[in-house]
Design a protein around this ligand. Structure first.
Ligand SMILES: Cc1ncc(COP(=O)(O)O)c(C=O)c1O
Length: 402
């Protein structure tokens, strides 16, 4: 890959394989494991990751947009692709033409599918159990059952809901528990369909794991144990645990955001850095100019807030983050060293450096008043993704369009 600016997101496929295998091993009985590869696989590259996940035995993939599913199909992805966003009549045609599975959220969508389907189509039905965003009300379950039972065009395969406060899933009295109880209740209505239910995002899955690790016993009536829930992990397959208890599962971060030092600038006390002059040198300082900016997804709000890794040390981001550049105060990190030798040396914006130091996007998210999901998905289109790991080369040879 031509890279005239050495700023890139390194995607470690061995780490992704580690995270997926951990899930497969921990939940061998799950009726459904559907890694979410929407939003360009949380910024990691959806085509490459989908192809790789298939080699790991993953049979279901979750996208938001029909467009995302089409892209995967056009690159030869064979797995069942669930489209979570609603659709109109035209969308229904595309979903069926490309053998995707619609997650149906309205009565109109049922009608569109009936109108355009030649053969019976398998669907997942989404219920709004509290998020108040998408899906049928649980009170509509009986009416839906009557509409869909022995329907010639539509086969209900699963019921779906989405946890809006998954971080509380460990509590028996929390929002998630209530949502799970509601979906379980709906599932009783749909029993003759031989369906399964899926509701667990990363926080839900890790909470279930927490219960399993405690032996399940005292949690016998916990809604997470009401049935064998299907799994829809996003964040955790990319290496992050959104819960407070970080030791539940050994997850390995998949993406590292990297750049290099373009040049060094020597500043005298009182000299300022970047737009607005928001940072002023208090001493003789060495500033590293790094070619990555907010247009690459490095949030401007991190100006004078965040750290990066350079030369084995944590160094502060100083001055305003620009569209294409940011600046680091590397005065202490380069002390006594020949700067010519450090030119072109790697800077880690998040992820691992070559010394094994780690800077987490969770830390950046905290400073940016954001969340890890947003830090990952923000990494811009113009940042090349570089795939590494023992299986990366063969993967990239095999990724091809039709
Ligand atoms: C419908 C649905 N399921 C599952 C997920 C995965 O969530 P997480 O990344 O928290 O695991 C998402 C992500 O937003 C989602 O929208």
């Amino acid at each position: 890959m031509d890279m005239y600016r050495r700023t890139f997101a390194e995607i470690n496929l061995d780490n992704l394989a580690h995270n997926i295998r951990a899930l497969q091993k921990l939940f061998p009985q799950a009726p459904f494991l559907c890694p979410m590869v929407k939003a360009n696989a949380y910024g990691h590259g959806d085509v490459q990751l989908a192809c790789f996940l298939e080699t790991l035995g993953v049979q279901h993939l979750g996208v938001c947009l029909i467009e995302e599913g089409l892209l995967l199909r056009n690159f030869g992805v064979k797995a069942e692709i669930l489209v979570f966003r609603g659709f109109d009549r035209e969308g229904a045609e595309k979903i069926l033409q490309y053998r995707m599975t619609p997650v149906v959220t309205t009565w109109e969508q049922i009608q569109y599918l009936e109108e355009v389907a030649d053969d019976p189509v398998g669907i997942h039905l989404k219920f709004d159990t509290g998020m108040n965003r998408l899906g049928f009300r649980p009170e509509e379950a009986q009416k839906l059952y009557e509409r869909l039972w022995q329907n010639k065009k539509i086969r209900v395969k699963a019921l779906v809901t989405h946890l809006y406060n998954g971080e509380d899933a460990i509590s028996e009295n929390g929002d998630s528990a209530e949502q799970l109880r509601k979906l379980h209740h709906v599932s009783q209505v749909f029993k003759p369909f031989n369906i399964f239910c899926h509701a667990l995002n990363s926080a839900g899955i890790l909470s279930l794991l927490q219960i399993q690790q405690k032996g399940g016993g005292q949690h016998g009536t916990h809604p997470l144990l009401l049935q064998n829930w299907g799994l829809r992990p996003g964040l955790m397959i990319y290496g992050y645990n959104p819960l407070e208890s970080k030791d539940l599962c050994d997850l390995k971060p998949v993406m590292s955001l990297k750049s290099v030092v373009n040049t060094f600038r020597h500043l005298k006390p009182g000299e300022k850095v970047s737009y607005g002059g928001t940072w002023k040198a208090q001493r003789d300082s060495v500033i590293a100019i790094v070619p990555i900016g907010y247009a690459d997804g490095y949030h401007r709000i991190l100006s004078n807030q965040a750290y990066a890794l350079f030369n084995g040390a944590r160094v502060p981001v100083v001055g305003s983050v620009c569209m294409d550049y940011l600046m680091l105060d590397v005065t202490d990190a380069v002390k006594g060293q020949d700067l010519a030798q450090l030119q072109d040396k790697q800077v880690i914006l998040f992820g691992y450096d070559s010394h094994g130091n780690f800077l987490s996007p969770e830390e950046l998210a905290g400073k940016a008043k954001s969340i890890t999901w947003e830090m990952l998905t923000s990494v811009g289109e113009r940042v090349p993704r570089v795939y590494v790991g023992s299986e990366a080369d063969s993967l990239l040879e095999n990724v091809g369009g039709e």
